[in-house]
Design a binder for this molecule. Structure first.
Ligand SMILES: C[S@@+](CC[C@H](N)C(=O)[O-])C[C@H]1O[C@@H](n2cnc3c(N)ncnc32)[C@H](O)[C@@H]1O
Length: 204
């Protein structure tokens, strides 16, 4: 597991603090709401407990390769059990495909990006929230296991190679960041932050 674990006492889960992984992250909610509106179809791949099901006015489909319980007292909330690279959706149906804290686990990242592209409508958007190189390297040392270690810029290249246009790196904040400040903040994010957040658009 790559996100902070909730503390357990004698087998009984304590209520998580407000910023625990049980809560939808506010920057994720803000970015989703920047890009989807009423009636849009939002697909969350690797949705786990489905934290982002009710945070936008969009219709939501949660996809995960398992619907098994996430933690002992915390179910997954999955509409379709499917691999990230074979979503079981028809072509050009989604307005936004997101994946948070899951994409680095996919065994075939390029195949997943091609699949995201296939199911998006022309003009639809991908929004990937992944861990950056520094974070993955730290987790590799803890877990003694190899992980994909891409910088934000490398992940953006993968997204562009899958055919997405207008690719952009985003910062983990609900605030709009003025253009001249974005590069310095992205560099700081790469050095001391955790996230690699990439968006792009399927050509019309
Ligand atoms: C760390 S959890 C993140 C859950 C959720 N996105 C969130 O941020 O709360 C990663 C999720 O990705 C799912 N996952 C891992 N590999 C997958 C794959 N190849 N296809 C689909 N889902 C996958 C796992 O089952 C798990 O539910």
């Amino acid at each position: 597991m790559n996100e902070p674990q909730r503390k357990q006492t004698a087998g009984v889960s304590r209520e998580p603090p407000a910023a625990s992984p049980r809560a939808a992250a506010s920057f994720v909610v803000a970015l989703l709401n920047r890009y989807v509106g009423v009636g849009d179809l939002l697909v969350d791949v690797g949705c786990g407990p489905g934290l982002y099901r009710h945070v936008t006015p969009a219709r939501f489909i949660g996809i995960d390769y398992t619907d098994a319980t996430y933690y002992p007292d915390w179910p997954r909330s999955v509409d379709i059990v499917a691999e990230g690279s074979a979503l079981g959706l028809k072509d050009s149906c989604a307005d936004l495909v997101m994946s948070k804290s899951a994409f680095f686990q996919f065994p075939d990242p390029e195949g997943a990006l091609a699949e995201f592209h296939r199911v998006l409508k022309p003009g639809g958007r991908i929004l990937l929230f992944d861990y950056n190189r520094r974070t993955q390297k730290r987790l590799e040392r803890v877990e003694v296991a190899r992980r994909p270690c891409w910088t934000q810029w490398r992940l953006r290249v993968l997204v562009a190679r899958a055919g997405f246009q207008q690719t952009e790196l985003l910062l983990p904040t609900a605030r709009r960041v003025a253009r001249p400040l974005r590069l310095p903040f992205l560099v700081v994010q790469e050095l001391i932050g955790s996230w690699a957040i990439v968006t792009g658009v399927k050509a019309k």
